[in-house]
Design a protein around this ligand. Sequence first.
Ligand code: ZN
Ligand code: ZN
Length: 414
Amino acid sequence: MSVLILRGARVLDIDQGELSDQRDVLVEDGRIRRISRDRLEAAGAEVIDVGGRTLMPGLIDLHVHVTAVRMDLGSQVRMPNVFVLLRSVPILEGMLMRGFTSVRDAGGAERALAEAVADGLAKGPRLFVSGRALSQTGGHGDFRPRSDHLPIVDSCACSFRIGAIARVVDGVDAVRKAVREELQMGAHQIKVMASGGVASPADPIDAYGYSTDELKAIVAEAEGRQTYVMAHAYTPKAIIRAVECGIRTIEHGNLVDDEAAAVMARHGAFAVPTLVTYRALVEQGPALGLPPDSVAKAHGVLDRGVKSLEILQKAGVKIGFGSDLLGDTHSRQSEEFLIRAAVQTPQQVLASATTIAAQVLQMEGQLGVVREGAIADLLVVEGNPLDSVECLARPVQSLKLIVKDGQVVKRQDL
Ligand code: ZN
Ligand code: ZN
């Protein structure tokens, strides 16, 4: 049984937009047991005096690919499994060290990886995995070049490589079975490619992914297991179509318009923009092996990114935090805070990566809050993020303490 006392912490309440005066916080067995104005003591406890600094919940990134070890996803499909796995280990650790104590993997990571991290075999955030994303033939998860003659087999051979973030599957019966398989293998939620995308070779951005019959079947199978579907989608038409089929979270959504945002708000769908990745794709893509067609597609959605935030915010859509970085660009994850701060208040940006993100993960009250009974994922930050989220964009300097599951994973100058 491990016991930790954080002394003299000013606790950040993101819902209220307030910083408390100094409190002592008792953490026991991975949970926050007590938050008190009085001095707390406990036998055998490790005591850390945080000196009146801000104590906030660990951050949550709702759109990552921890196994995207190269920017060119098409080429990593052919990488040996062991290379992909070993290269994903420092990616996981990097996320945790930036203060992300939970992440939702949007395709590629499997349940065993989540369990390996939970067991301490690798340092990393708590993982909510999607298994392999579902893509139609020629969709955003189909990385076969246009020049390939597609063989008639049950499933694409790329599905068996862990470098593949997606699997290709077509038809209502087949997608039902694919969802059941991903859930059997331990996916927490299902990811579907509901429009064209940037990194794949054969699908224009405005292409639909899947028929509505297929999308509805995918949603029905996920709902039958009390989980939900997240969909990659860019254009208003693709977004409306996906939401009307019951999809709960729209990923990217760069080209959203007022009408599509209104449909999202009406259905209670969440938006998970991933703006930093388009900057990375455009700025670093050419040097990191991103094919020219993909660089061109990234330019096409980059300009509309910040505008999409404005549209979603105005329509009252709940916005979660995502980054979607690939390969060597993972280090830019915290830059997403600064991009959002151009449109959202610090409180709104903080909510996107904590309370709203916890709702998406169906972990409300457990994650994303500093509250008695919640999971002890905690950060001690230099500065008040309610004044500016810039401190979160500089995690190496600003994060003095990172606690995940009640365990100290970083301690600096305390
Ligand atoms: Zn995507
Ligand atoms: Zn993605």
